[in-house]
Each structure stands twice: as structure tokens, then as C-alpha cells.
Design a protein around this ligand. Structure first.
Ligand code: AMP
Ligand code: MG
Length: 309
């Protein structure tokens, strides 16, 4: 593959990106969560390029992005509670896993009978998917297992020359990946914390069942993920000798996720600050409250702290 083209998020850029997707190429684009690496989801060969570019194991299924909820309803069999969640949180940072009807390649689903579906809220993402006229499979636009990208520069750092194009469209407003909820019978189950807090989901759909599908259901969940080069230590009040320090609220550091203690601001800053501080030295991170978006932040930090597999 040749050079990676930089696209502007204007009408001409959207049309160029859509044409690349239609012809089976790879385009990285902003969503409200992180930058996604997109390929048409109805074509095994196009989807295969995503796994190749990221070095992602093919047993890890991809989330399929559509520009309108009605497209999701034709691809997946969304039950009543999935419908309630879709109505409340789409477009937005929520992925629903539902039985697959038709339309998404086997490879994108890792041959599961289910499919992960999301209507993203970012205007560039929606315009691109709508112009492409096909569902778009898109994991985060980074080499597998590394810190997710929240800016075009992060995408280029990891994938330049390995993908056809990337939109240069500014930072991602939410900053952590989508919340994943499985609606495959019985109460909806939380598979991954993310941009929609559990509390908000439960207000709409009632108590969520235990996630616990384990390795088969959400393989990405069990591996060391979002890994910086240096070790990560959570709930630190101060750095130890040799550590760099990422602060939150009153517990300061070389960078502070949110000096005022705002969890939304902290989520939006998380990956960029982890990258900025990742020079191979160990990283200490201030305590983050275990509520709202803090749950997703703690989840990503816990996985960053897990021993490398
Ligand atoms: P990523 O795109 O890297 O944020 O990862 C997407 C996550 O969604 C992975 O951890 C997958 O396991 C999960 N996922 C996608 N599709 C499905 C599915 N059909 N069933 C269960 N989990 C899924
Ligand atoms: Mg990812």
C-alpha cells in the first residue's frame, strides 16, 4: 500500500472517503469516542484488511457502524429492550450486540451469530457512512493492543502507510470507547464500560445482567489492552521515584486529566495524556471515582496496568 491520504472533513473529503470505502479500502475517521478504522462491513476482503493493518486477532469481532437506527434494525434483531436503549442513546457511544439477521460479513462478526451495532453521533462519521451507502466495520484506528487514538496524528503514528486515508478532524469529544451491551435474550448485559455510563443505561432498561460472557463473547475484554510501554499504577496519591504522574482533581501530576475533577473532561483527555507521558517510564495515576464515566476510565487504566500478554 502507498502513502496514507489526509482528508479534510468537508464535502469533497467525505465523498473521497466514501469512494475509498465503497471500493474496499481502509479509511480512518473520527467518532465521538475514538478514531475508527473503517472498511465496508458487507465484504470479507475489505474487512480482512482491517485485521491485517491492526495486527488484530481474527477471533475479535468488529463493531458495525451505520448512519441511522433503521439500518441497525435491518442488520440485527433488536428486542424490546434493545429498542429502548437505541431510542435513548443513538446516535451516541453505545454498541448493542444482537442476533445477526443479514448484511455483515462473517469475518467482521468473527463467525458469531451476533453482531455489534452502533449509530455514532459524530457528524463526520455519520456523513461518511451515509455517503458510503454501506455499513462500516470499524475498530479503533491503532495497532492492536496499543492506546486508542483520539486525534488524526495518533492514527498516523500507528498506521501511516498501512491504510488508505485518514480524516484530519480534531480531537474526539468523549474520548473513551463505546459502552457495549448484549441484548441476546434475558436482561441486557453490560460487556464493556464506555461512553454511556451504566447508571444512564439502567434508568432506561432497568437493572443490567452480569456481563460475564468471558473470552468467547468479548475477547477484547480479557486481554491486556490500551497498553502504554511503561507499567501503570492506579490510585496513586503521589509518584514514587522514577515514575511519571497523571493527576486528577486535587491530586496533581505532570498532566492532569481534569483539574476541576470533571469526569467527562478526564475521559476526553485520557488517551492523549497517556500517550504524552508514555516514554517507557512507569506511570502513576491519581484515584478516579468509580461512578459515571469514571467507570470506563478506571476500566481502561486497569487494562493498561494488566501484565502484557
Ligand atoms: P474495539 O472495536 O477494538 O473497540 O472492540 C470491539 C469490541 O466489541 C470487542 O471487544 C468485541 O469483542 C466486541 N464485540 C463486537 N462484536 C461483538 C459481538 N458480536 N459479540 C460480542 N462482542 C462483540
Ligand atoms: Mg480498540
Amino acid at each position: 500500500m502507498g502513502a496514507t491520504q489526509l482528508l479534510k472533513p468537508d464535502a469533497a473529503g467525505i465523498e473521497a472517503g466514501a469512494a475509498i470505502l465503497r471500493s474496499g479500502g481502509l479509511v480512518a475517521f473520527p467518532t465521538e469516542t475514538v478514531y475508527g478504522l473503517g472498511a465496508r462491513a458487507d465484504d470479507d476482503r475489505a474487512v480482512a484488511r482491517i485485521f491485517e493493518a491492526k495486527g488484530r486477532p481474527t477471533f475479535n469481532p468488529l463493531i458495525c457502524h451505520v448512519s441511522a437506527a433503521e439500518d441497525a434494525f435491518s442488520i440485527g434483531r433488536l428486542d424490546d429492550r434493545a429498542g429502548l436503549l437505541a431510542a435513548a442513546f443513538w446516535p451516541g457511544p453505545l454498541t448493542l450486540v444482537a442476533p445477526h439477521r443479514a448484511g455483515v460479513s462473517d469475518l467482521a462478526r468473527a463467525s458469531l451469530g451476533t453482531v455489534g451495532l452502533r449509530v455514532p453521533g459524530h457528524p463526520v462519521a455519520r456523513a461518511l457512512i451515509e455517503a458510503a451507502g454501506v455499513p462500516v466495520a470499524a475498530p479503533s484506528a491503532n495497532p492492536s493492543g496499543r492506546i486508542s487514538p483520539t486525534a488524526a496524528a495518533h492514527v498516523l503514528e500507528g498506521l501511516e502507510g498501512r491504510i488508505d486515508a485518514v480524516f484530519d478532524a480534531g480531537p474526539c469529544p468523549v474520548g473513551v470507547e463505546s459502552t457495549i451491551v448484549a441484548c441476546t435474550g434475558g436482561p441486557p448485559r453490560l460487556l464493556r464500560e464506555g461512553g454511556v455510563p451504566r447508571e444512564a443505561l439502567e434508568r432506561v432498561a432497568g437493572p443490567l445482567g452480569a456481563g460475564g460472557g468471558g473470552a468467547v463473547e468479548a475477547p477484547g475484554m480479557t486481554l491486556s489492552h490500551y497498553a502504554p510501554r511503561g507499567a501503570v499504577r492506579l490510585d496513586a496519591d503521589a509518584p514514587r521515584a522514577g515514575e511519571r504522574m497523571l493527576g486528577f482533581g486535587a491530586v496533581g501530576g505532570e498532566a492532569n486529566l481534569s483539574p476541576s475533577g470533571d469526569l467527562g473532561e478526564a475521559a476526553a483527555n485520557l488517551f492523549a495524556m497517556m500517550r504524552a507521558l508514555d516514554d517507557g517510564r512507569p506511570l502513576a495515576v491519581a484515584p478516579i471515582p468509580d461512578r459515571g464515566l469514571g467507570r470506563a476510565i478506571r476500566d481502561r487504566l486497569t487494562r493498561a496496568a494488566a501484565p502484557q500478554g
